[in-house]
Design a protein around this ligand. Structure first.
Ligand SMILES: C[S@@+](CC[C@H](N)C(=O)[O-])C[C@H]1O[C@@H](n2cnc3c(N)ncnc32)[C@H](O)[C@@H]1O
Length: 305
């Protein structure tokens, strides 16, 4: 297990490795599989939700590429799996640059092993609760030019962090230039059921218990960014819902979860996603100077002579 750093506590399940298991990956241990199986026993649709979330990430990255964005910061990027951000981006733009950030040692070790030597991709091990550490990091500075548009991804990560997560998102919103994209998916308390409560209880055993938030609190994380309509025809800033269940954000034709019209479970129905675009900075208009009465101007001019 060259991908498993020595300092790992193998006895405690971890959300990153449970997610890897839900996605069918092999970078997980017995404690992770046991905890993930317990989650699946009460909420079998969690595996669907993980796949739907991953598919949302792909569609959001493709959208950003269409908008001409060629830099990506993937926060809480997870253990590399099928369809990593750089795989998706490099299919469209071979020069695209991608910064992966995760706090979990297996995610970071495996990403480094996979990416070693590609100058377009970097991985840093960091806790996203310290946004300035990430934004000012020499690796970030070398790879990402914040003077140009960037897509910042908080995909299925903020619901593992307690407290005021806007204190994490806001510095990124502020640092992003006009034309940048903010991508968020987040489990909310919208249609919380006893099933959701049981899933929450099981995640208490991990170092990152689930923190469900209200829809309005997730929407607020986009600040004044213009929300991209979940349906392509509607343009930006649509009326109505701008955060939708992950399968319903610009679904691919034929996507079975989205095509059925309704998500398959209350858990998935409350797992919401959205993309916001940063607009140009609004300049405060300078008031026009009051026209000076003619007499005053003449006397000032004669005094100057
Ligand atoms: C469910 S996985 C999501 C992975 C990927 N973003 C996706 O959506 O496919 C959540 C990831 O967030 C990471 N994470 C949780 N809390 C974090 C923190 N405070 N800082 C950085 N990463 C964190 C976990 O280690 C895990 O890899």
């Amino acid at each position: 297990m060259s991908w498993a750093p020595a300092e790992l506590d193998l006895s405690r399940p971890n959300a990153a490795r449970m997610y890897d298991y839900f996605l069918g990956g092999s970078h997980n241990f017995a404690a992770d599989r046991q905890a993930a199986d317990a989650v699946l026993a009460v909420a079998p649709h969690v595996a669907d939700a993980a796949r739907a979330n991953r598919a949302f990430l792909r569609r959001a990255v493709q959208y950003a590429l269409q908008e001409g964005i060629s830099q990506f910061i993937d926060l809480g990027s997870g253990i590399p799996t099928v369809g990593n951000v750089h795989d998706i981006a490099h299919l469209v733009n071979a020069d695209a640059r991608v910064l992966y950030v995760d706090v979990e040692p297996v995610a970071v070790a495996h990403a480094r092993a996979l990416l070693g030597g590609d100058p377009r991709v970097e991985v840093i091990q960091a806790d996203i609760c310290f946004p300035d550490f990430i934004l000012d990091n020499p690796t970030t500075r070398r790879l990402i030019d914040l003077a140009h548009p960037v897509a910042v991804l908080f995909v299925s990560v903020l619901h593992f962090i307690p407290g005021d997560v806007d204190a994490i998102v806001e510095p990124f919103r502020a640092a992003m230039s006009s034309g940048s994209a903010l991508v968020i998916s987040h489990a909310t308390s919208g249609t919380a059921t006893s099933q959701t409560e049981e899933v929450q209880r099981l995640y208490q055993r991990t170092p990152t218990p689930l923190q469900l938030r209200h829809l309005a609190d997730v929407q607020a994380l986009f600040g004044d960014f213009a929300m991209v309509a979940p349906q392509p025809a509607a343009g930006r800033r649509p009326h109505g819902a701008v955060l939708v269940p992950v399968p319903q954000w610009r679904p691919d034709p034929g996507d079975h979860l989205a095509a059925e019209g309704l998500p398959v479970s209350p858990f998935l129905a409350s797992f919401l996603a959205g993309v916001g675009m940063k607009g140009p900075a609004v300049m405060m208009e300078q008031p026009e100077p009051e026209p000076e009465p003619a007499g005053q101007r003449a006397s000032r001019q004669s005094g100057r002579r």
